[in-house]
Design a protein around this ligand. Structure first.
Ligand code: DGY
Length: 433
């Protein structure tokens, strides 16, 4: 295990850009700073180099837009190994986009709030970290305010995403239902991802047409959230995304209480929380499936599929004890057979399940990390430990891959996507703590 920890640190240090102070998720495949990756990466750094953890977060926040929005990719550097790059995204079409950085005009699951709390809990020098948090926490609060003001047209406490890349679960079979409602042109573009990774493990070209088309719609309206809410064919209330926001709200409340003198912010956060958790349970829980699902806000219906996102609300203390018990039964029955590692990213019993393809079935370490912590929150320690042991075993056996096959029958080359993947390294350090 010591050796594994050393390897993990080596990966993070190698992927860290000393000059600009951020970490690439993976060489070649993802050569810039990604929003939620950088949050998980900061948790890893906090275990042995708190200065790098702080720099990582500062680098991300340095690209925050003037309206509070935090983008999904920050193009701190140039690279021709990734498509679509800054010239495609053209974030500066938005009048309040970052003036100092080129970014995308979409976001990713809002992890920063709970990441600040995690790193505070991890480091030894609490005073130093609390000072850092004091300097940055209002930016995260401002980001949440942006979500509730601009991404919640019904003012119901649940925010929408307008692109699958905002979900983090980029090509989940969940989105197939939405692609069926769209008919984009065949765009001309040159994929770069498939020069680094076997195309069988990545989205198809046709899927990229949908992805690019959604960005074209947003660009045509200068990334205006109100226009996007009115026009985007992809408009989803995602249980993973909203659970991250709720977990981050909870962490901000705890941190502001520690900092003191923040009554107004605390009461605003508490009001958001109450509304969000109530509505989350009313709107996103699916009795028949025994877990949370996505809600298609454009077509006003639940998207009835289970995925690893269905269990993320455990991490954020959203389900009642009764629902949590049902969810654990669902998890064990559908995802947790003897022949499987936990936890596949999509329902293994579905005909849309693909054990090798990006978010259509493989196991991801960040979702496992949330699941492990979530199950522990509710006292399901046996199954929590199984998720943890499975995560460590997969990395030990196959290396620090981006994603893994859930089938125990596949015993060779069962790590997929990018290798030396930063968040797999970072979260392994946290699981081994
Ligand atoms: C991808 O797969 O390239 C997405 O940008 C990840 O966010």
């Amino acid at each position: 295990k010591d050796n594994l920890q050393e390897k993990a640190k080596h990966i993070l240090d190698t992927n860290f850009n000393e000059d600009k102070g951020f970490t690439i998720p993976c060489e070649g495949l993802y050569p810039f700073q990604w929003n939620w990756d950088s949050g998980f990466i900061a948790i890893g750094f906090a275990h042995y180099d708190s200065n790098k953890a702080k720099r990582e977060i500062e680098a991300l926040l340095s690209a925050q837009w003037e309206n509070g929005f935090i983008p999904h990719i920050v193009f701190h550097n140039d690279s021709d190994t990734y498509f679509p790059g800054p010239d495609f995204h053209l974030s500066k079409l938005h009048p309040l986009a970052s003036k100092s950085h080129r970014t995308t005009g979409m976001t990713q699951p809002p992890v920063l709030g709970f990441v600040l709390k995690e790193i505070y809990d991890i480091v030894d020098d609490k005073e130093d970290m609390l000072n850092f948090i004091k300097q940055n926490i209002d930016k995260v609060f401002f980001n949440h305010q942006h979500f509730y003001n601009h991404r919640d047209p019904n003012q119901e406490g649940l925010v929408f995403i307008y692109h699958n890349w905002e979900s983090g679960t980029d090509n989940s079979p969940i989105w197939d239902d939405i692609w069926e409602t769209m008919d984009p042109p065949n765009y001309k573009f040159e994929r770069r991802d498939t020069t680094h990774v076997d195309a069988a493990q990545r989205p198809t070209n046709r899927e990229y047409d949908y992805y690019l088309h959604l960005i074209e719609i947003a660009k045509a309206h200068n990334y205006d959230d109100a226009k996007i809410a009115e026009l985007s064919p992809f408009l989803v209330q995602d249980p993973l995304f909203n659970a991250m926001l709720i977990k981050s709200n909870e962490a901000l409340i705890e941190l502001y209480e520690m900092i003191g003198d923040s009554e107004d912010k605390i009461s605003t956060l508490k009001a958001w929380q109450e509304k969000a958790i109530t509505r989350f349970n009313e709107k996103l829980y699916n009795e028949k499936l025994g877990g949370y699902v996505h809600y298609d806000l454009r077509n006003e219906k639940q998207i009835e599929h289970l995925s690893s996102s269905s269990f993320a609300p455990l991490f954020s203390n959203i389900p009642t004890k009764e629902h949590a018990e049902v969810m654990v039964k669902t998890l064990i029955k559908k995802f947790g057979g003897e022949d499987r590692y936990l936890c596949a990213s999509f329902d293994p019993e579905s005909d849309r399940f693909n054990p090798k393809k990006y978010w259509r079935g493989p196991i991801w370490i960040n979702l496992n990390w949330m699941l492990y912590n979530g199950l522990n929150n509710y006292g399901f320690t046996d199954i929590a430990n199984r998720v943890k042991e499975d995560s460590i075993t997969l990395i030990e056996k196959y290396g620090f891959y981006e994603y893994f096959d859930s089938r125990k029958s596949v015993t060779e080359h069962a790590g997929y996507g990018g290798n030396n993947f930063s968040w797999s390294a970072a979260l392994l350090l946290d699981l081994l703590k």
